[in-house]
Design a protein around this ligand. Structure first.
Ligand code: HEM
Length: 127
């Protein structure tokens, strides 16, 4: 895992994790404040779980909680980058975190396919 691989996780982290789990200088989104269980801050999470365990959590999610599975929409390389950035983000200042987003915009994130809306309409449903 190179530094570039780690930083490639910055944009997907910002797009998909920060609303629930926070980042330096960024709090939970309003919707995430009402989740039960409350999504924990992930600072120091690499001292709780090994990298392969974090990979599993991000790939499969945690059933019966708000924690989604990213395996259906992201390839292994993308998930390893998310895991690496998640383990690294607590070392950043607010300004460093903002810089990561500037240098690794969402368009460059190695996402496998576009995500579906939460509740896709049945085919033929005009509304
Ligand atoms: C790429 C984005 C994400 C990453 C890397 C990520 C990572 C993780 C990890 C590592 C844990 C385990 C924490 C622990 O054991 O203390 C976790 C738990 C959790 N996540 Fe996420 N997460 C992401 C996105 C989200 C989103 C978008 C939500 C909310 C909609 C969410 C809600 C939760 C919740 C509620 C838990 C706690 C589950 C429990 O208590 O068993 N996560 N997440």
């Amino acid at each position: 895992m190179t530094r570039a691989d780690t930083l490639a996780g910055a944009a997907p982290f910002d797009a998909m994790s920060v609303d629930c789990h926070t980042a330096p200088g960024v709090g939970r989104a309003e919707f995430a404040q009402g989740l039960y269980p409350l999504p924990p801050k992930l600072f120091g999470i690499d001292t709780v779980w090994a990298p392969n365990e974090l990979f599993w959590i991000v790939t499969h999610g945690i059933t019966m909680t708000g924690m989604p599975a990213f395996g259906p929409t992201h390839n292994d390389k993308a998930i390893w980058s998310i895991v690496a950035f998640t383990s690294y983000v607590d070392e950043l200042s607010y300004y460093d975190y903002s810089d990561c987003q500037k240098y690794f915009p969402l368009a460059e994130a190695p996402v496998q396919s576009s995500s579906l809306p939460c509740h896709p309409r049945a085919s033929g449903d005009p509304f």
